[in-house]
Design a protein around this ligand. Sequence first.
Ligand code: SF4
Length: 332
Amino acid sequence: MFGADAVTTRTFDSPEFRGITFHEIRARSIINRVPGASRMPFEWTVNPYRGCTHACVYCFARRTHSYLDLDTGLGFDSQIVVKVNAPELLRRQLGSRSWLGEHIAMGTNVDCYQRAEGRYRLMPGILTALRDHANPFSILTKGTLILRDLDLLVQASRVTDVGISVSVGFTDPDLWRTVEPGTPAPERRLDVVRTLGEHGIGCGVLMAPVLPFLSDDPAQLRATVRAIASSGATSVTPLVLHLRPGAREWYMAWLGHHHPHLVRRYERLYAEGAYAPKWYQRRITRQVHDLAQEYGMGPTRAGMPRRIPAPAETDPATPGTEAPEPVQLTLL
Ligand code: SF4
């Protein structure tokens, strides 16, 4: 069912991996072409894992677990497919005559710096291969483990284009513990942004997802953007929660358990499908861009830490309704 030549199933007793099953496979191919790539900012991806122990309730990749006949709820969080031959396979594919050295995006399906990476250590081999072939790449992650590979990232950035983005949708600690239970705390993720910047690797923040009625209060948006700005992020790109099949059922069950009074409001907001209405998305984007400007974040700022003014006593943010100018639309 994994589309691979061999599967070894393992469990580990350490507290970090209790309850998690790893399916180690030898994949046949590692560079994947994105279907409908013309709508995406990238065409090629590498994903050494499937499933993600970061266990974000809203994760849009949940549905992909059903393609493997695995459960999209708890199964997605705890049944992890590991492509153990990813580094050697990538090196071989990068060296083939048919490969034209195009940009490769990582972290686009599931997080390549999830906890499993601490054990399997696939990314050092992947980064080494990319560095040796001077192949441009980008990584989107919530994993602080990326700093383990800082030296390789620096080396790669000297020979090719390297784009790193960290995902931080909000900084509310109670919300984080319940909705992203397997991830490093938002502050730790912003420490990653800061450290990368200090080493000359500018890092953007994907402010995703903004959760309607849970993290979209003007004061919450302000606190999040302020924290992002103070980390030295080169950009902030807000993205409102979307609820595709697979994620939708899991998220709504979580909402009914933790915030039952919001269920009707969500049903109304997402009545048309997977996306919140355009007016809502525009309002959030406008607010975040205004805050980003206020805190000195602009498209051309370098990724170094900067001094941030103290928080305002009052909160002047007012929801707007017009479509904002596209300030930062890097998705990776
Ligand atoms: S870190 Fe990313 S891939 Fe992993 S569960 Fe969270 S949203 Fe999904």
